[in-house]
Design a protein around this ligand. Structure first.
Ligand SMILES: [Fe+2]
Length: 195
């Protein structure tokens, strides 16, 4: 790209998309080329943010508009690091910036009887995503996944969500029991890298 990425242009593009579309899948299809462009920007992530944390995957907020209508996050996955099975409760796209990750996708079924909800989680797909690939999530049925980097190289993924995902109340799911617990996953940086 050469020049500094124009975050204000991304902001107006996404504002236009979400004003035209309410269907999550339609939003995702239109945001996808914008994320594709971000993935080709070699300058996107300063060197400091490309190093994994020792104990968990790193979550760095890159950009968030004032109205928090979306957020752009970089996740850095050291070899062997994983995210537990979780949902998002908002549309989101996951782009692979460096390295590769394995994504396991799940669906939740109500298996309760007599009107008493009881949930079971079933794995429906396992996908390897490599540099340049983009996957997506959206509620209710395409929203639960687990992500891991079982490879020897550091992986960096860049995500766009339809809210500030660092404030979003969502869930970690226990695949064995079907039970879930509330979680907010805060960003590892205090202020966004850009803006
Ligand atoms: Fe996720």
């Amino acid at each position: 790209m050469g020049e500094r990425y124009d975050w204000k242009r991304l902001e107006s593009s996404i504002a236009g998309i979400v004003s035209e579309e309410t269907d999550y899948r339609a939003i995702i299809d239109k945001v996808r080329p914008l994320l594709q462009e971000l993935l080709t920007d070699d300058q996107l992530l300063p060197e400091h943010y490309r190093k994994p944390l020792p104990n968990k995957y790193a979550q760095y907020l890159l950009y968030r508009p004032e109205n928090e209508a979306f957020s752009v996050i970089a996740f850095v996955w050291g070899p062997g690091q994983t995210a537990p099975v979780h949902d998002h409760l908002v549309w989101g796209l996951v782009g692979i910036y460096r390295g590769s990750v394995i994504e396991k996708r799940y669906r939740r079924f109500d298996v309760g009887e007599d009107g008493q909800p009881q949930y079971a989680i079933k794995e429906i797909a396992e996908v390897r995503a490599d540099q340049g690939d983009i996957t997506f999530v959206y509620p209710p049925d395409h929203d639960i996944h687990g992500v891991s980097n079982p490879f020897d190289e550091i992986a960096v993924t860049v995500h766009i969500y339809g809210t500030d995902i660092g404030k979003q109340l969502r869930h970690i799911h226990d695949v064995a029991t079907g039970q879930s617990r509330d979680v907010v996953t805060r960003h590892d940086n205090e202020a966004p890298v850009y803006g």
